[in-house]
Design a protein around this ligand. Sequence first.
Ligand SMILES: Cc1ncc(COP(=O)(O)O)c(C=O)c1O
Length: 409
Amino acid sequence: MYDVYKIRKQFPMLNNKKMQGHDLVYLDNASTTFKPQCVIDATVKYYSDETANHHRGDYDLLYNMDKKVRETRETVAKFFNCDTNEVVFTSGDTMALNLIALSYGFQFLKKGDEILVSEAEHASDALPWFEVSHLTGAVIKFIPLDEDGVLTVDNLKKVITNKTKIISVAQVSNVLGNVCDVKAFAKVAHEYGAVMVVDGAQSAPHMKIDFKDLDIDFLTISGHKMCGPTGIGCLIGKYDLLQQMWPYFVGGGMNVTFNKNIEMIPFEAPEKFEAGTQNLAGILGLKAAIEFLDSIGMDEIHQHDRELCEYALSKLEKCDDIIIYNKNAKNGVITFNKKGVFAQDEATLLNSKGIAVRSGQHCAKMLNDFLGCAATVRMSTYLYTTKEDIDAFVDAVINGGDFLDAYFN
Ligand SMILES: Cc1ncc(COP(=O)(O)O)c(C=O)c1O
């Protein structure tokens, strides 16, 4: 039985935290999530009790850190069902996508090759491919969205060609919350000899991902969006692809040897992509976060998000002056506007009532034409969000009054 109140007790940020004098209602989880005590403890323990570098230790503290990094890799691999040597630690999702773009895209693409993305992509999944396009002459093409903003296989088939070398899409859109069937996408990609890259920043926190079953080539994630620390994430890649890729981030810890002939021999994957001292506190925190999510169950978390969103939608849909941009995506994200109210003003009004939501373009700046507006308000739930949070949010949106009240009351 899912007990949200018991879960909440584990989050210090949810312990009587106030904003503008009100109990905090945190609905910006697509941006970042709160951390349970076990994640905070794991991070602090690194600094207070376990501080050492890693990379093949000669003394116990360092040996311990090597072991813990190895154990975290195993935990990540088990969680996403991939092999341990397919897990590369990065600073987050953005760095992981840049790493693929640089070490795969820049290395293997050439003039005239095609890269497929969508107009719903977050900057972190669009701009690295723009760079590859500028550097190699490869062409960026867009997979059309359907009328709900969903990426469908039918639409993929309309644009894929024998020149397509990369398809890169988010499994879950950070604005519309739609889920892309990346397993079906990967099947089509492979029929055309293309590589399937999946931005998992918004899916990994909310649903079970089986890397092997999906048969995708690359998956990227951010720890901080799934109860882990900031500054840690992963690139998961099929081992044979990782082995083919040259590491462009170089330095300590990633090479077997280098010499005065200006030669360097990198380690095998994944270590060859991990130049320099890693975010060790973050790595230990990520392990604790994954164990925490696992203890609740990803299917249960997904169900909880869906129920809350359906509940919120059932109330918001009754109001004529609220435009909802993703009515059919019941996935923990509702993107909306109040008629005649600028998105930032609405978010400011909600802030004055202790409610944290996001307004603007949500880093998906190519989506404006599809949405038909310059900015939207986005509320996003997570495993600790309650029905009371939704009630407070809906009440403030519907009955909250004019945004000027936020300034003058
Ligand atoms: C779909 C998507 N991709 C990538 C990112 C970038 O994640 P990070 O800033 O943690 O690297 C985000 C962050 O909001 C996102 O929503």
